[in-house]
Write a new protein. Structure first.
Lengths: 264, 282
């Protein structure tokens, strides 16, 4: 029986569809012509434009995005690890509730999370800004870290803990010397996922941001919306793209390690 | 007793965080939807059904309906594209399978705003695609590729496609392809064999894919805002406008609750089907 060629044909079309806009974006970031309809020769001037004074707010936004991503992934790594351990080791009514509440932020549209947080902050009279963005990011990142760490825990050999306890290890020694090192790749992979989600987020940040607290996605969005400096957007997007690929590649490498393989 | 204390120590930090910043805000939204708004963009004390009555405005039902149909259309197109791809990848062996799967996923590592922006730039009136099509005589001088429902649908399919491919691939990977050969041997045509055996065989994957595309699609805001025109707005655009445009927060709250109720439908469907299957397998 000869397999049909139709699925392969569809796959090729889909790959073109998926890569075309991104490739054109990268190519155009080196295009000297202002509009992408013609090729005006190779240039690095759009990258150079990023360094100019008028684009200082882009760097300011990038710095803020990075600071928010680092702190929110740090906090959500702690929260997510704790709740993953709770979900894995206990089977009580409390954990059923915990499970439901942890999964909801992943399921519902992010728009709803953004608007409900905004209304909550407004009702309490909280000043919107970097602080409220940070709170919002921790809230959605914690759930994702929980899921990643929980996956790592599912391959966890409980006998190691029992053996350590039999040999007289205290609770803290077990946590520090056994549980944390074994979970570390999962925690780091979860943290990197949280980092990329935080850097990627537009919708939730858009709702809870205040005056003067622009992040990079917000900045890019407003530039795109007003069709301003499109070649500069191409350049900054290309840099963004390369950085994201590096981070995701790193997190893939980390989560590839099987729990049993690298256990001591 | 000791065990209970440990459980609470592990559970409390995250659960309390989510209670304060997720559960309570959701209820705050419900509460605010019954408050009157004032002209300064604030919320007045007292109770009012004003925001709920305004949902009956001719504008909102039209936009709610458009949100539902655009999301359903996105889901249908995504499933139609993902099904043959999952079929192909599931049948492949070894290295090629992993490589092609990676190739399908990689574009989605790109920042979401940048992916939508790339389409806006590609479809831009001064962009290569439109100028090229005009040059070839395929479209007229005044045809726009941007700011219409077709552009919104296409970019929505673009951004949601991996949510359809991944669960369907996971289901196809476990599918026994020799069943198809058996059907062919019994005289079924290739297409018929796929439709009658492969599609039911990956039904769980189809259900997951449906939910994973439909739910975020219903909450779309960025895509209709960047590539759609004013007549292609979805409920997300209205929520953003009521929030940051004319700042009528109770109205934003009622619209959000309407959106929440709509998104609960696919969530409930998946939940009920899963529970039924679990009950049957017992």
């Amino acid at each position: 029986m000869k397999p049909s060629r139709v699925p392969s044909f569809i796959l090729v079309l889909v790959l073109v569809f998926l890569y075309l806009p991104i490739l054109l974006l990268v190519v155009n970031s080196f295009n000297a012509a202002r509009y992408s309809s013609t090729w005006g020769g190779f240039t690095l001037k759009w990258y150079a434009a990023l360094l100019e004074r008028e684009n200082r707010d882009l760097w300011e936004a990038a710095r803020r995005t990075l600071a928010i991503a680092v702190s929110s992934s740090g906090v959500s790594m702690i929260l997510g690890t704790l709740s993953a351990c709770a979900l894995h080791w206990y089977r009580s009514r409390l954990q059923q509730i915990n499970h439901g509440i942890l999964y909801l932020p992943i399921v519902i549209p992010d728009l709803l999370m953004g608007i409900s947080l905004l209304l909550f902050f407004v009702a309490l009279g909280v000043t919107l800004g970097t602080g409220t963005i940070l709170i919002a990011h921790i809230t959605f990142c914690a759930s994702f870290v929980t899921v990643v760490v929980l996956g790592r825990l599912q391959g966890f050999d409980e006998n190691v803990i029992a053996a350590a306890r039999d040999l007289g290890a205290s609770k803290w020694v077990i946590i520090r010397r056994i549980i944390l090192p074994l979970l570390a790749p999962g925690i780091v992979a979860g943290g990197l996922l949280a980092f990329t989600l935080s850097v990627d987020d537009y919708v939730i940040t858009f709702f809870v941001t205040g005056p003067g607290s622009t992040t990079l996605p917000l900045k890019i969005y407003s530039m795109v919306k007003h069709s301003k400096d499109l070649p500069v957007i191409n350049a900054i997007s290309t840099i963004f793209l390369v950085l994201t690929f590096l981070i995701v590649w790193l997190s893939q490498r980390l989560s590839e390690h099987q729990p049993n393989r690298d256990s001591p | 007793m000791h065990r209970r204390k440990n459980e609470i120590l592990l559970t409390a930090p995250t659960l309390l965080w989510l209670a304060v910043f997720f559960v309570i805000p959701s209820f705050a939204m419900l509460l605010i939807s019954f408050r009157p708004s004032n002209v300064y963009g604030g919320i007045e004390p007292g109770w009012s059904l004003q925001a709920w009555r305004a949902l009956g405005d001719p504008d909102y039902p039209i936009i709610l309906w458009r949100t539902v149909w655009l999301s359903l259309a996105t889901t249908a197109v995504c499933l139609a594209i993902a099904l043959p791809i999952a079929f192909l990848l599931g049948r492949m062996q070894g290295k090629w399978r992993g490589f092609l799967l990676m190739l399908v996923i990689v574009p989605f590592w790109t920042n979401f705003v940048i992916r939508v922006a790339a389409w806006r730039i590609l479809l831009h009136p001064e962009g290569m695609l439109r100028q090229g099509l005009i040059h070839l005589g395929l479209i007229g001088q005044d045809t726009l590729l941007l700011y219409n429902e077709g552009a919104v649908l296409m970019v929505m399919v673009y951004t949601h496609l991996p949510f359809a491919i991944l669960p369907l691939y996971a289901a196809a990977e476990r599918f026994d392809y020799s069943l198809l050969e058996a059907a062919r041997d019994l005289g079924a045509s290739g297409f018929r064999a796929v439709m009658r055996i492969f599609v039911p065989g990956v039904s769980r994957g189809l259900l997951t894919a449906m939910a994973l595309v439909l739910i975020p699609a219903l909450g779309s805001y960025v895509i209709p805002d960047l590539v759609g025109g004013t007549s292609d707005e979805m409920i997300g655009n209205k929520i953003a406008q009521r929030t940051l445009g004319d700042r009528n927060l109770p109205q934003a709250a009622t619209l959000s609750i309407a959106l929440l109720v709509i998104t609960l439908i696919p969530i409930l469907v998946v939940f009920l089907i899963n529970r039924k299957e679990q009950a049957e397998s017992r």
